[in-house]
Design a protein around this ligand. Sequence first.
Ligand SMILES: [Fe+2]
Length: 241
Amino acid sequence: MTDAREMGQRLAELHRTLTPAEQANLKLILGLSAGRLVPDKDPGSEEGRRAVSEALETLCPYDVVDPRGIQYRGRPEFLTDDLLEALVSESEQVGEKAVPFDEHYLGMGGTVADRIATSEELARLVASVVPKAEATGIASYLFYRDAGQGIIPHIDTDIFSLNVLMMLNHEIPPGLAQPSALYMHFADGSEQRLQLEPGEVVIFLAGTQAHSRTPIQQDERVTILTFGFMPEGAPLENYRR
Ligand SMILES: [Fe+2]
């Protein structure tokens, strides 16, 4: 009988024999499977979740010590109070025209966000934790506004294979004991809860590491800014919407 580790390697080997289009499809299937399997606590899913996790980790396009978990969490030096304020105010403007997208509202970047997306400072921060990642120049504001909005566990496709996520604003209604949070889900069935403060940035390999956001409650609001990065030299068209 094939164990999970061997199965993961075999899936990764299969990937190497495929055309780029087939590779994209296999990656999508692995990502969808991992989104369902990795957070599943059922012991019967264990072999499957270890296999898909192993395959995705082997196929990770970034050369990091450990593609699992978060690669960075903190308030970057370049994010001054004034800059954070400018981003929050830009997000409010963009938010007026944001369109419903899956379980949140999506707004394109703005002047301030776009400038950061291609800045030296952000590139340096990313390079310090994930070598050979290149900015796509794409910044997106995400808004969770309606009770129940959140994101179920998933793995992202190539355009968000490396996610730089900046918390801009989290309104928490009084008395809410367990506010919405970002979660990382691991193949051993464990998870990590990340409740971010405004100004905090996390960097993680969203194309490899399963993650989710728990649903917001009535009167709770979350505004996030994300920046896309891609492996150096990758064709940019794969990394645009
Ligand atoms: Fe994601």
